[in-house]
Write a new protein. Structure first.
Length: 503
């Protein structure tokens, strides 16, 4: 069987605003990302996912799109995009772009027309609101001067489309074609379990992602992904789509990745799991039992960076657990999604001053929720300067970076075998070698309750989630370890890859 490229791919999320700034305005851009592609090649990833760079008033960092077929001047131009794709492809890196189909910007021409009373059926207007809440806090409805209300499951600047209108459906097929024709290898689909809302928009008791929610995961959405899949399949080169799907159960998640729908969906259960062998084992078993092609993710631009998550649960363990979770995830069947900066071991920046915070979650909750700026602080490339190499000299980035970022920069860590960055490089290089020879299937090996030990052919991965050292399983050699694996012992909060003895 031919294995599709994405099945085992390691995909690196570039949060464009915070990756690298070439233009010198303090905000990351496409030209900056292009200049830094060699970092990703050296890191050893297979693909990049670019977060939205489309024309946008930036009510939600670009997830409010005013023109789905153009680049915002803040991020560059279509020519910059084409150059980035060409360079990435020349380096052997695939490129995924973000598609935002649940909502547009309130500055999208369709919504502007709707405000004038034209074509309101492309959005969701009512003469009175229901009790739905915005994901960012506060009501999900905003009242217009003419007395009508429109629905926005996120910021008021993000009106929800009416996916029951065939015009919306046709428009998105055309947007996909536009980017496929420009050479993208696939799409990350924003809020993929959104789009359709239950007829009549009934009030809810609970707005979580349960199976029969009127807000999320309506059955009609699957028809859309079947159409998208048909379109993707007409293009050469294994174009793919990965859905941002939040659900309460692996069974609901599996619906999105049926053979004629999306290729992958993010497995958020992995990042939501606490540091526990039992919890990890359950997520792994549930995932492998329900989805044909698994994915794993520990961090992204919406959640607290995993170093800090683990550290908060047990001070002193964050970085070690983060590396062990990475090694585990890279040994599991399927594909892995990395978030920019995790290869540097960046922590969440928790002490951003309120006046610096820009996330609508912070703004809409009137400062009650910290929001997501803390995982979006611009990346440090060099040990010093005004922005640690993020922007050209003398420019301050859009979010302030902490002093600790200097020592964590790419340049500071390069060449230091003890650094997180060199550990990531070794892990990805080793995986690249192994992936050709190991089977997809995972086999659990005996272990005590606080340790996970599994094998894929000749590779054995062991991770110690307990409180004392454990004996390493039988092995020929140690391939890679997050820390010392001396005297045949694996310390707590560490993981190891072993070469299995030939039997
Ligand atoms: C997704 C994005 C997030 C954005 C939201 C609304 O969850 O990842 O950043 O705020 O959708 O588009």
């Amino acid at each position: 069987m031919d294995i599709p490229w994405w099945r085992d791919a390691v995909v690196y999320e570039i949060y464009v605003r915070s990756f690298a700034d070439a233009s010198g305005d303090g905000v990351g851009d496409l030209a900056g990302a292009r200049e830094r592609l060699t970092h990703l090649k050296e890191l050893g990833v297979d693909a990049v996912w670019l977060t939205p760079f489309y024309t946008s008033p930036m009510a939600d960092g670009g997830y409010d799109v005013a023109d789905y077929r153009d680049v915002d001047p803040l991020f560059g131009s279509l020519a910059d995009f084409d150059a980035l794709v060409a360079d990435a492809h020349a380096l052997g890196l695939r490129v995924l772009v973000d598609i935002v189909p649940n909502h547009s910007s309130d500055e999208h021409p369709w919504f502007r027309a709707a405000l004038r009373g034209e074509g309101r059926d492309r959005y969701i207007f009512r003469d009175r609101p229901n009790n739905w809440q915005s994901t960012f806090s506060g009501p999900a409805w905003t009242k217009l001067p003419d007395g009508m209300w429109y629905l926005h499951l996120f910021a008021p600047g993000q009106p929800d489309f009416n996916w029951r209108n065939p015009e919306v459906r046709a428009e998105f097929l055309d947007i996909l074609r536009f980017w496929l024709d420009r050479g993208v290898d696939g799409f990350r689909i924003d809020v993929a379990m959104g789009l359709f809302k239950a007829e009549g928009l009934p009030d809810v008791k609970d707005q979580s992602f349960m199976s029969d929610s009127p807000v999320w995961g309506r059955p009609e959405v699957h028809g859309v992904y079947r159409e998208w899949r048909e379109l993707l399949d007409t293009y050469p080169g294994e174009r793919m789509a990965v859905g941002e799907v939040w659900t309460d159960s692996p069974e609901d998640l599996a619906l999105y990745v049926r053979p004629d729908e999306l290729h992958q969906s993010f497995n958020f259960a992995w990042l939501q799991a606490p540091w526990s062998a039992t919890a990890f084992r359950k997520v792994i078993d549930d995932t492998l039992a329900t989805v044909p092609f698994a994915t794993w993710v520990l961090s992204n631009h919406d959640v607290v960076r995993h170093v800090t998550r683990y550290e908060a649960a047990d001070p002193g363990t964050g970085l070690s657990r983060a590396k062990a979770a990475l090694l585990t995830m890279l040994a599991l069947p399927g594909s892995a999604y990395l978030y920019q900066g995790e290869e540097l071991g960046l922590p969440q920046v928790e002490d951003l001053p309120p006046e610096a915070r820009q996330d609508p979650v912070f703004v809409q909750s009137k400062g009650e929720l910290p929001g997501r700026d803390g995982c979006r602080v611009p990346i440090p490339w060099s040990p010093g300067g005004d922005s640690y190499g993020f922007s050209p000299g003398g420019v301050r980035p859009w979010l302030p970076q902490p002093g600790s970022f200097g020592a964590l920069s790419v340049a500071s860590q390069t060449g230091d075998p003890a650094s997180t960055l060199e550990f990531y490089r070794r892990a990805l290089a080793c995986r690249r070698e192994l992936i050709r020879t190991i089977p997809y299937e995972l086999e659990w090996l005996p272990s005590d309750a606080d340790t996970l030990v599994f094998a894929r052919g000749p590779l054995v991965c062991a991770v110690n989630c307990g409180t004392g050292p454990v004996r390493l399983p039988p092995h020929e050699s140690v391939l890679l370890a997050t820390g010392p694996a001396e005297d045949g012992l694996l310390p707590p909060d560490h993981a190891v890859w072993l070469q299995r003895p030939v039997t």
